[in-house]
Design a protein around this ligand. Structure first.
Ligand SMILES: NC(=O)c1ccc[n+]([C@@H]2O[C@H](COP(=O)([O-])OP(=O)(O)OC[C@H]3O[C@@H](n4cnc5c(N)ncnc54)[C@H](OP(=O)(O)O)[C@@H]3O)[C@@H](O)[C@H]2O)c1
Length: 181
């Protein structure tokens, strides 16, 4: 199976977005962070495909510029093809279950996938399909919102790889998921 990684920012209280999807609490990488990209560029260069949940894809496709040029993007939606209008030949939709989707991508030679979107990450975690998590905690409490984690159905053990604190107050931790446990 291809390696699946998560690279995501959360509020200190564990949310990836406000209830309405807003990310206004998250400083942009070019502004307040003084050009610091928190390792995103090097992570992005290491992946060859992305799997997005439909909601994260809808947000990304609203950006003025498509940020994933050169990478294959697969969008998960249980209602595909009704829900999605792919925007370029690098974007495709699917309703395949996560494990079947990974087998399909493996048959195409994909080796490292960036999985993004809260519900999507949770569904891959539940199925033992996430290998690595890089979580950057932003020092803000937003009280409520869309959680990164949710019901797992079973304990998921993680091995801590590293934690780095940035001058901005962001704290980034990297974990390997122990899918054998
Ligand atoms: N803080 C950050 O770094 C960060 C990063 C990414 C996203 N976000 C934010 O997170 C929010 C979106 O996260 P989210 O948790 O609401 O949604 P999401 O994971 O992006 O999308 C959820 C949708 O994906 C589809 N989906 C997910 N798993 C599936 C599966 N196993 N099989 C079939 N379809 C599946 C379903 O689409 P259907 O309903 O069409 O079936 C589901 O409703 C956005 O507001 C975005 O701004 C934040």
């Amino acid at each position: 199976m291809p390696k699946c990684s998560v690279f995501i920012a959360t509020s200190l209280d564990g949310f990836i977005a406000r209830k309405d999807g807003a990310l206004d609490w998250l400083p942009s990488s070019d502004g307040a962070s003084g050009g610091e990209d928190y390792g995103y560029k090097s992570f992005f260069e290491s992946i060859d495909a992305l799997i997005f949940g439909r909601k994260t894809y809808e947000l990304a496709s609203s950006f003025a510029e498509w940020p994933y040029t050169g990478k294959s993007v697969v969008v998960l939606s249980s209602c595909y093809p009704k829900t999605l209008q792919p925007i370029s030949h690098n974007v495709e939709g699917t309703s395949l279950p996560p494990r079947n989707l990974l087998s399909e991508l493996e048959s195409r030679g994909v080796q490292h996938i960036y999985v993004d979107g809260g519900t999507t990450i949770q569904s891959f975690l539940r199925n033992g399909l996430i290998d690595e998590l890089t979580i950057t905690r932003v020092p803000v409490l937003i009280g409520e919102g869309i959680s990164l984690f949710g019901a797992t159905g079973h304990d998921i053990r993680l091995n801590h790889i590293s934690t780095k604190a940035f001058p901005s107050g962001f704290v980034q931790s990297k974990y390997r998921v122990d899918n054998a446990a």
